[in-house]
Design a protein around this ligand. Structure first.
Ligand code: PLP
Length: 417
C-alpha cells in the first residue's frame, strides 16, 4: 500500500486530501446500494412518528427532530484574524448540537433506527396499523410488548446516549456497550434513565464487536450496527435532504456558480456519510462535502485514500487512535459507508486536537455557542479549501455535531483548556 499522503498521516501531520475517484453524481447515483426512495421512506416514517414524539417529548413542539442553520459572521472574522487568511464567501453553522432528545447528530440515525424497529414489532404484533395515529405507541399495551425485547449498541458515547434514551422511553430493555473513550457523564446520564451500561477498556471497534456477539446470542435482542447499518445511514440522510428547504427559506442560493461546501466531523462514517448522501440527492455536484478527522484517528481518510476501506485500521500505520474528540475516536471505518463515499466525497482533512479547543473557545467568545470538541473538527475546512478555491460565491457550512447535553462543570473544564 502506498499513496501520496501516507507518510504525513503516519507522522500525525495535518493534511487535506482531494478524492481522485470523485465522479459526477448523475453517473453514480443509480449504482449505489441506497436510493432517493429509501430516504423518502425514512422521512415519511419520521412524519408518522411525529405525534408519538410530540406526546412523549413535549419539548419537541412539532414532533420533528430537526436543527436550525445560522450565519456565524463573527466567527468567520475570528478565523480570518487567527489564521491570517481570508475565508471566501459565507460561513454557516448547522446546529445539530441542538437536536432535541440526544443533543447530537446521533439523534438523526440512532432515533430513526429504533423507531423503525419499534414500528416493525408493533405492526407484526397486530397492535399497530400504518394509518394509526402513532401517539398510541405511548400506551401501556405497547410498553408491555416492547419490554420483552432488547436493543443493544456499541458506542464511543453519543450513539449510546441517543439509542439509550429513545429505547428506554419506548419501553425496550437497552444495553449500551461503551468504549474506553466514552465520557463519564454520558454513562451516568444513561444509567439514570435505566439503561444498562457495559464498559470496555478497549476502543470502539472492540465494544461494537462484543455488543454484536452478545446480541446475536439472544433472539429477542436487536443490535444497532454502527459499522454496517443502512437504517442509521438513511436516518442521517434525511438531515442532509432537509437542508435544501432550510437554505431556500434563508434565501441562500446553491447552484453551479454558488457552490455549497460542507465540513463534517467523521468517526466511523455513518453520520457524515448519510448527511453527504442526502445533500448530494438535493444538490448533486453543486455541493462538496469534506470529512474532518483527528490526526490520531483518520479512519475514513485512510480507508478511502488507500482503497482498503474497513480492511485497514489506523493502528496498522502506527497510530494510537487516541484523541480528545471522543465522538471521532474510531480506528476502522464503516465498509458500507466507505464504499458509498468513494465516488461522492470531495475530500477530507485531519486536525490536531489542540485546535479543537481553540475553536471551542473562539466560538463561545464570538457567538456564545458551546460545542463538544468533536463537533469543532470541521472549522479548519474553510481555511484549508481556501488554498484551492478563492471564490466569494461559496457558502461554507460547518456541521456542529453535538454539545447541548454536556453538563455545565464539564463545559467549564473544556473552555479552560
Ligand atoms: C458520532 C459523532 C460524529 C461522527 O459520526 P460517525 O457516524 O461516527 O462518523 C461526529 N461528531 C459527534 C459529536 C459525534 O457524536
Amino acid at each position: 500500500m502506498d499513496f501520496p499522503l501516507l507518510d504525513d498521516l503516519k507522522a500525525t501531520k495535518e493534511v487535506i486530501w482531494y478524492n481522485e475517484n470523485y465522479t459526477n453524481f448523475d453517473e453514480v447515483k443509480d449504482i449505489l446500494p441506497i436510493s432517493y426512495e429509501d430516504v423518502l421512506e425514512a422521512e415519511n416514517r419520521l412524519i408518522r412518528f411525529a405525534p408519538y414524539i410530540k406526546r412523549v417529548f413535549p419539548e419537541v413542539i412539532d414532533g420533528m427532530i430537526e436543527s436550525p442553520i445560522t450565519r456565524i459572521n463573527k466567527m468567520k472574522e475570528r478565523i480570518e484574524k487567527e489564521y491570517g487568511k481570508k475565508v471566501y464567501g459565507k460561513l454557516l453553522l448547522k446546529r445539530d448540537d441542538l437536536l432535541p432528545i440526544a443533543g447530537s447528530i446521533k439523534a438523526r440515525g440512532g432515533i430513526y433506527e429504533v423507531l423503525k424497529h419499534a414500528e416493525t414489532l408493533a405492526i407484526e404484533s397486530g397492535l399497530l396499523r400504518l394509518e394509526d395515529d402513532y401517539s398510541i405507541l405511548a400506551e401501556d399495551k405497547f410498553k408491555e410488548l416492547f419490554s420483552s425485547y432488547t436493543v443493544q449498541v456499541g458506542s464511543t458515547g453519543n450513539l449510546g446516549l441517543s439509542i439509550g434514551i429513545i429505547s428506554a422511553r419506548i419501553g425496550f430493555k437497552v444495553i449500551v456497550h461503551m468504549s474506553a473513550d466514552a465520557k463519564k457523564w454520558k454513562k451516568d446520564m444513561l444509567r439514570s434513565k435505566g439503561v444498562i451500561v457495559v464498559e470496555y477498556e478497549s476502543d470502539y471497534s472492540k465494544a461494537v464487536e462484543e455488543g454484536r456477539a452478545l446480541s446475536d446470542e439472544d433472539p429477542k435482542s436487536y443490535f444497532i450496527d454502527d459499522e454496517n447499518s443502512k437504517d442509521l445511514f438513511t436516518g442521517y440522510a434525511v438531515g442532509g435532504m432537509r437542508v435544501k428547504k432550510q437554505l431556500d427559506d434563508m434565501g441562500i442560493i446553491v447552484n453551479k456558480q454558488h457552490p455549497l461546501f460542507v465540513y463534517l466531523p467523521c468517526g466511523v462514517g455513518g453520520g457524515p456519510g448519510g448527511v453527504t448522501y442526502g445533500l448530494k440527492l438535493m444538490y448533486g455536484d453543486n455541493v462538496h462535502c469534506f470529512f474532518a478527522e483527528p490526526t490520531h484517528s483518520p479512519a475514513m481518510l485512510l480507508g478511502l485514500a488507500s482503497g482498503l476501506h474497513e480492511k485497514i485500521s489506523v493502528k496498522d500505520i502506527g497510530l494510537d487512535n487516541k484523541t480528545h474528540a471522543d465522538g471521532l475516536a474510531v480506528g476502522r471505518p464503516s465498509s458500507f459507508v466507505g464504499k458509498i463515499m468513494d465516488k461522492i466525497l470531495t475530500g477530507g482533512f485531519t486536525i490536531d486536537d489542540y485546535r479543537l479547543y481553540d475553536f471551542l473557545k473562539a466560538l463561545c467568545e464570538e457567538e456564545e455557542i458551546f460545542l463538544e470538541p468533536s463537533a469543532l473538527a470541521g472549522f479548519l475546512g474553510p481555511v484549508l479549501t481556501g488554498e484551492k478555491f478563492q471564490n466569494e460565491n461559496i457558502t461554507h457550512m460547518c456541521w456542529a455535531t453535538g454539545g447541548s447535553l454536556v453538563p455545565e462543570e464539564v463545559r467549564q473544564e473544556m473552555i479552560g483548556r
